[in-house]
Design a protein around this ligand. Structure first.
Ligand code: AHG
Ligand code: MN
Ligand code: MN
Length: 340
């Protein structure tokens, strides 16, 4: 059977579902092309002199890896000239990126985490790229785009996805019509459809959390995890397994494929201190997980309903299996009500 390339898949989506404007299709193709280049850089490793850290820090005070900066540049260069975008924002840039005046501007906003899982780059574990697409407010035509134009809730996303650079390079995508996976065929240089209308399995007993942070969890999160560690003998009545890759792309991809729950809760001792970023990590992953039949909350309510206040805002993340996410959320609400 003829294989379906990303290009063909997107054109068919445009025709069948009528959910995909041509401009957005071309934008997604450009992002996918940049991810292909990033995949090549990642796989060269020491031979491409892409490993290791730089002296610089990003706006979040994190030391930048060479690949963080290389991937950020690749995404900017690939996307700035196509005429589809009004602006871009990235984990690796303090503020938004305006499309240079020499290029035409378009109606979309692109947000990305160029390399997710940076701590894994130098030890040859999976890393990835996460992206989110919003429509620019109509009012931006004829003026410069501002940070406020990006501050739209996740429900406004028109596309989201991630590339994962692992044993295989994959691109997982939604335009609001289900979740679809493409594998990079390195010989022909094309993204090929390998799984479509993905539905995440429910009822699986696997959780992903960095257990070393237990001291900073809220009582609700600690109760939920302690019960799972207790296993069949405890109140949840089932034995659970644990996996933690420290690359959100890899952990979320596993959950999409074989079920379970991913958690990076906020530190309850420090108000609003969380690790993952709302606009280019939590929102796109929540869109994908909801499209695959799962759920995503910040521990209290749906992530995609949060009204953003900043480009680099951080948020607690609990996503995956619907019943498990509901239980974490119920424990969280119960304990916060007791504290009031
Ligand atoms: P990034 O590399 O883009 O900064 O993101 C890293 C994130 C995420 O991928 C992962 O889930 C988490 O940080 C891992 O954090 P810990 O090292 O605290 O486990
Ligand atoms: Mn990240
Ligand atoms: Mn990153």
């Amino acid at each position: 059977m003829a294989r379906t390339s990303l290009t063909r898949f997107l054109i068919e989506q445009q025709r069948l579902a009528n959910a995909l404007p041509a401009e957005l299709r071309l934008l997604i193709e450009t992002v996918a092309r940049a991810c292909k280049t990033i995949s090549h850089s990642v796989s060269k490793g020491a031979l491409g002199e892409v490993l290791g850290s730089l002296d610089s820090e990003n706006v979040q005070g994190e030391v930048q890896k060479k690949l963080d900066v290389i991937a950020n540049e690749l995404l900017l260069e690939a996307n700035e000239w196509g005429g589809h975008l009004a602006g871009m924002a990235s984990e690796e840039m303090d503020t938004l990126y305006r499309i240079p005046n020499r290029y035409p501007k378009g109606e979309y906003l692109l947000l990305f985490d160029p390399i997710d899982g940076s701590s894994n780059i130098d030890v040859d574990l999976s890393v990835g790229t996460i992206f989110s697409v919003l429509r620019a407010p109509e009012a931006v035509s004829g003026r410069d785009v501002t940070e406020e134009d990006f501050l739209q809730s996740g429900r406004h996303q028109v596309a989201a996805g991630y590339a994962i650079y692992g044993p295989q390079s994959l691109l997982v995508l939604t335009v609001g019509t289900g979740v679809h996976e493409f594998t990079l065929d390195r010989e022909i240089g094309s993204w090929v459809l390998t799984d479509s209308n993905m539905v995440m399995p429910q009822g699986k007993c696997e959780f992903a959390i960095n257990m070393s942070n237990r001291r900073q969890w809220s009582p609700g999160i600690a109760r939920y995890i302690d019960e799972r560690v207790e296993g069949a003998a405890g109140p949840c009545g089932r034995d659970f397994n644990m996996r933690w890759t420290a690359s959100m792309v890899a952990d979320v991809h596993r959950i999409l494929k074989r079920g379970g729950i991913f958690m990076y809760p906020a530190d309850h001792r420090h108000e609003n201190k969380a690790k993952l970023r709302l606009m280019y990590e939590a929102n796109p992953m929540s869109f994908l997980i909801e499209q695959a039949g799962g759920a995503a909350t910040d521990g209290f309510g749906p992530i995609m309903d949060i009204a953003p206040t900043g480009l680099h805002q951080r948020v607690g993340v609990v996503l995956g299996d619907c019943a498990e996410v509901a239980m974490v959320t119920a424990y969280g609400l119960e304990t916060s009500a007791q504290q009031d």
